[in-house]
Design a protein around this ligand. Structure first.
Ligand code: ZN
Length: 182
């Protein structure tokens, strides 16, 4: 397992559409293991393939579970969202856009159909925080960032900070974990 560097705002890979996975092999397993380790190292709750520079439809999520101290971890391959319902507005951030947090409107409930690492079907319904993280991560696989879901006014307000990020100027105090080169 290895921590891979998380791609940051301005990297074109974040704007590309990831391709469906058709090989459920050792390379996929390795990718998912690395993504989980990377998510932990960066203290994120989700990570999509694009964010480690891999244009494959793979995402990992780890959110607090129902009981204190428990967590729920998902690794989804070729996820497809359907049946959105309700609405929630909460603050979101993104490992690829350090230092920026904004309220984003999402569906409250969503159904996800995907495959596991062996290609077996997964079908689950999510609500609340898990539903929010799922929508954020599936957006990544389509080259969409949470910034795209803000009002033009909010985007305008963030313009200078985003331009600075795209130039490689990180917010004060930003320190990515050491990534091992592969
Ligand atoms: Zn993100």
């Amino acid at each position: 397992m290895a921590v891979r560097p998380v791609r940051l705002y301005g990297d074109p890979v974040l704007r590309q559409k990831a391709r469906p996975v058709d090989a459920f092999d050792e390379t996929l397993t390795q990718l998912v293991e690395d993504m989980i380790e990377t998510m932990h190292a960066y203290r994120g709750v989700g990570l999509a393939g694009n964010q480690v520079g891999v244009l494959q439809r793979v995402l990992v999520i780890e959110v607090p579970g129902e009981k204190e101290g428990e967590s729920m971890r998902l690794a989804l391959v070729n996820p497809k969202l359907s049946e959105p319902s309700g609405q929630q507005v909460e603050e979101e951030g993104c490992l690829s856009i350090p230092g920026i947090y904004e309220d984003v409107k999402r569906a409250r409930e969503i159904r996800v159909r995907a495959q596991d690492l062996q290609g077996r079907p997964i079908d689950l319904s999510a609500d609340g925080y898990l539903a929010r993280v799922l929508q954020h991560e599936v957006d990544h696989l389509d080259g969409v960032l949470f910034l795209d879901r803000l009002s033009p006014l909010r985007r305008q307000f963030l313009r200078r900070s985003l331009e600075a990020l795209a130039r490689g100027e990180m917010p004060e105090g930003y320190q990515p974990p050491a990534a091992e080169p592969r």
